[in-house]
Design a binder for this molecule. Structure first.
Ligand code: HPA
Length: 260
C-alpha cells in the first residue's frame, strides 16, 4: 500500500516583532550548520493547522542580529535543505506611500535594492560557470495571490502592491533619502528584504513578503521616528499578520515548487 508523500513544510522567516510564532504547534527544534555558516536561529518545526511549518527568526531569538549582519545565505540554505519549497518573509517596514501608515499590511510586488556588502549570492567561489538568475518579478506571483486572498477573506485593510526599497541600516534614513527613494518609485522602506528575496530566487524557492508598516518613513510625519511608535504599531498590526499566516498557510503549502 502506498501512502501520500508528506507535504513540504512552508518556511516562515519572522522579523522584528515576530521572533516566535504563537499558534505554532511545535514538534521539534534543530540547530543546523550550512556551508555558509550558522542561520540566525534554530529551525523551529511545527504545524499551523494541518500544514507543516519551519519557523526561523531572522534577527535571532532573542532579537540580537542587526539587518546588515543577518546571515541571509545560511537562513535560506537551511530552509531549502530542510525541504521547504515556499518561504514567507515577514518584514517590519516604514511607509512612504500615503496609504501605507503604521499598522498597515503590505504584500509588495517589486524591490529596489540599496543594500551593500552583504553576502548576496550563492554563485561565488569555485564555480563551473557564471549564472545570472532572472529577477524581473522578485516575488512569486502564485504565493502573493494566496497571501492576498487570505488578507481579503479576513477583511483586513492591506495593500496588494508596492515597491520595497531595501536599505542597509541599521540606522534609519534621512528625510532626503526618503524623498529620493520616493522619486525612485519606492512605497516602503525596510532593511531586510534583500538579499533574502534574491537568494530565495537563486534556490528556486517560492517567496512572498508580508510587510507590516511600523512607522511613517523619515520626513513623512511631523515627528522623528521613535521606538515607542514602532512598538505600538507592532502591537496593533502583528495580530493581522499572524491571522494572514494562519489563513494562507495551507494554500502556500499546496503551491507547485519552482521548476528546477
Ligand atoms: N526604514 C528602514 N527600515 C525600517 C523602517 C524604516 O523607516 N521601519 C522599519 N524598518
Amino acid at each position: 500500500m502506498s501512502s501520500a508523500a508528506a507535504p513540504a513544510p512552508v518556511g516562515i522567516i519572522g522579523g522584528t516583532g515576530l521572533t516566535t510564532l504563537s499558534g505554532l504547534e511545535i514538534t521539534g527544534e534543530r540547530d543546523v550548520q550550512t556551508p555558509w555558516g550558522e542561520p540566525s536561529s534554530a529551525l523551529v518545526e511545527g504545524r499551523l493547522g494541518d500544514q507543516p511549518v519551519i519557523f526561523l527568526s531572522r534577527h535571532g531569538n532573542p532579537h540580537r542580529i542587526p539587518p546588515h549582519q543577518v546571515n541571509y545565505r545560511a537562513n535560506l540554505w537551511a530552509l531549502e535543505k530542510a525541504g521547504v519549497r515556499t518561504v514567507v518573509g515577514v518584514n517590519a517596514v516604514g511607509g512612504i506611500h500615503p496609504a501605507m501608515g503604521p499598522a498597515h499590511i503590505v504584500i509588495p510586488e517589486q524591490i529596489i535594492d540599496y543594500t551593500w556588502g552583504r553576502g548576496s549570492t550563492f554563485f561565488e567561489g569555485e564555480l563551473d560557470g557564471v549564472t545570472h538568475i532572472d529577477f524581473t518579478f522578485p516575488y512569486t506571483e502564485s504565493a502573493r495571490a494566496v497571501v492576498i486572498g487570505a488578507a481579503r477573506d479576513l477583511g483586513l485593510s492591506f495593500s496588494d502592491f508596492g515597491v520595497y526599497g531595501a536599505t542597509q541600516g541599521p540606522r534609519l534614513e534621512t528625510a532626503a533619502e526618503i524623498v529620493r527613494m520616493e522619486r525612485d518609485g519606492c512605497d516602503l522602506v525596510g532593511m531586510t528584504g534583500m538579499p533574502e528575496a534574491a537568494l530565495a530566487a537563486e534556490l528556486r524557492l517560492n517567496y512572498v513578503c508580508l510587510g507590516l508598516v511600523v512607522n511613517w518613513a523619515a520626513g513623512k510625519s511631523d515627528h522623528i521616528i521613535t521606538m515607542d511608535e514602532i512598538e505600538a504599531a507592532i502591537d496593533q498590526g502583528m495580530s493581522g499578520v499572524k491571522r494572514i499566516l494562519e489563513e494562507s498557510i495551507s494554500g502556500l503549502g499546496a503551491l507547485s515548487p519552482q521548476p528546477a
